[in-house]
Every structure is written in C-alpha cells, then in structure tokens.
Write a protein that binds this ligand. Structure first.
Ligand SMILES: [Zn+2]
Length: 316
C-alpha cells in the first residue's frame, strides 16, 4: 500500500513538473530549483528506495531496504577508477525550508503514545518501556520532559514535546530523546547516551555537552559499558529506514537517564526530577550557544552509501 501511494504521488509530481516547465519555456521564467534537482543524475525522491541494503554498523543482523529521506537525496556511485569495495556516497540536500524565529528544541518522550505509531513503526508498538516496582519509565520520561520544556521556554527556546512518532523530516536546532532503563536485577547504576551513524557533524558535540552537564548535575556515573544497539540505531534518527524520522540536519541524541531498577537512581528520578531536567537543559544551552543555527545548515551532508542490494536472479 505504501509503495502504491508513493507511486501515485510521484506521478502527480511529474505532471506538475511538466506543466511548470511548459510555462517557464513560454514565459521565460526561471525553472524551479526542485525541477533541476530532479534531473541530477542519481537523484532519488523522498521515500523511494536507493536499491541498497541498510544496516547499522553495530547491528548487521537487522538489515532493511534503504530509502531517501523527505526532500530526496543524490546517490553517487563509485566511478570506474574507484577502489574495489567502494560503495559511493549519499548527498542529502540542505532543506529548502529552514527554521526561523527562536532556537527550537525537540524533546522526545520515550514510549509515549506508542499505540499511535504508523505502520512503518509497527514493530515498536510492543515496546512499552522499562518498569520496576510500580514505577514506569514513561512516567519518568514524561515528567522530566515537561520540566525540561519549562526550563528551556524560560530561556527563550521554542520546544516541541514529541511522542514516539516524530513528524516526517522534523527540523529543529537539536533533539533529545528521553528514556530510563532497567537491568532486571537492580545492580546497574548510571546514565548512557548515544547518537546514530550517517547523520550530520554536530551530534558528538551535542552528546558531550549534555553528558558533561548531566553528570555534573546528577553526580551519576556514565555507564559506557551498556550502550545498546537499540540506542546506537535509535529509530527516529534513522532517516534511511523511516520517513517518520528527524532530519539528518537536526542534531539528535538519546539519553538513558538512569536505571529505575536501581534504588538510588530511582530515588533521584522520582524525588529530584528537576535536577535531571536542569542538567539536560544546561547541556543543550551550551550546545546551542556554541553552534549558531547558520552553522547547522551551512554545508550539505554527505554520508557513505550502503552496499548495493544484490540483483535477484530468477529461480528455474
Ligand atoms: Zn525506553
């Protein structure tokens, strides 16, 4: 069904393009930029397959058919002189509509409104999050998100509180996804962070700023030994797999704020959620002050392509 819809939209776009070109020729008007892009070799419209198999570096056992993000992308395959095994690159054009007004931050509440996920995110519906002794992760995530939003608003930042399903190609100055964890036994303590591969150049800075500020505020240890595959390949940052994903131009990180299964971590999260929210806010403000909006959209994002999808051979 999804492919049929994409096909129908594509046909409509072609029809509009033909009319615009005809008008431009007649009237001498310049042809719209989007039409030029559509004629660039290797241009793949948003939602269309690249013909490549996507994988996370940390999770090669879970491949998918890689697709162009909203707005499309340009696939550059290796030339005849490229070294064996070269895969080429994917160029993601700078978004045509850039944010205006105050700096904007998206706060995704982990596991919030999971039941409203669209079909492409169907596999997430059973993931309701960690729970321990009557405390659910969702309660902690939502509480901290609301406090964080108030703090950022007071500093002049526009905030979107986002559920599991982020808007298609969401653009902001930064996004943070809030989660809390359980180890199932109550032994582990600390917080964890991650960002995805194949995104822009600012995610490490955002991660480090929040990590330093959160550690200073909460005095929790950073638990680098238990950063999971789900964190490194966190779905809303995976634009080559899902259309409901954050634009690669929006720096995005995930934080597991602590273990609700740990008595001390849980007490901190339940009794002092403002401490958590303030730590995260300090990190985000540091990042925003170091990274003006103009820098976020200054250079086109170019990432390594995925391996080609093997051509299917007919079975006799
Ligand atoms: Zn979670």
């Amino acid at each position: 069904m999804k492919k049929l819809l994409v096909g129908a939209i594509g046909l409509a776009a072609v029809a509009v393009a033909v009319v615009l070109v005809a008008n431009a020729v007649v009237s001498g008007l310049p042809i719209a930029k989007s039409l030029t892009e559509a004629t660039v070799p290797g241009y793949v419209p948003g939602g269309a397959p690249f013909g490549m198999i996507g994988t996370d570096p940390d999770d090669p056992d879970d491949p998918w058919s890689a697709e162009a993000p909203p707005g499309g992308a340009i696939l550059q395959t290796p030339g005849p002189t490229a070294s064996p095994g070269a895969v080429g690159t994917i160029r993601v054009p700078i978004p045509k509509v850039l944010p205006t007004g105050p700096r904007r931050v998206g706060i995704q509440v982990g596991h919030w409104k999971t039941d409203e996920a669209p079909s492409e995110l169907r596999s997430l519906v059973p993931q309701t999050g960690a729970a321990w002794e009557g405390v659910t992760e969702l309660d902690v995530n939502l509480d901290v998100a609301q406090r964080l939003a108030v703090i950022l608003n007071a500093k002049g930042i526009a905030v979107d509180i986002l559920p599991v399903t982020v808007p298609v190609g969401y653009i902001a100055d930064a996004v943070i996804a809030l989660h809390a964890d359980s180890d199932g036994v109550g032994e582990l303590s600390g917080f964890k962070m991650a960002h995805n591969a194949r995104r822009g150049p600012f995610e490490t800075a955002l991660l480090n700023d929040v990590k330093d500020a959160y550690a200073a505020a909460t005095h929790l240890d950073y638990d680098s030994g238990h950063v999971s595959r789900n964190m490194l390949g966190y779905y809303p940052y995976n634009w080559s797999r899902y259309q409901h994903a954050v634009s690669p131009y929006t720096p995005g990180v995930i934080i597991e704020m602590g273990y609700i299964s740990n008595d001390d971590d849980r007490a901190l999260m339940l009794d002092h959620p403002d401490v958590l929210a303030n730590g995260i806010a300090n990190g985000i403000m540091q990042f925003l002050s170091d990274t003006p909006r103009s820098k976020l959209f200054e250079h086109e994002i170019v990432v390594p392509a995925f391996p080609q999808r093997p051509t299917r051979t007919s079975v006799p």
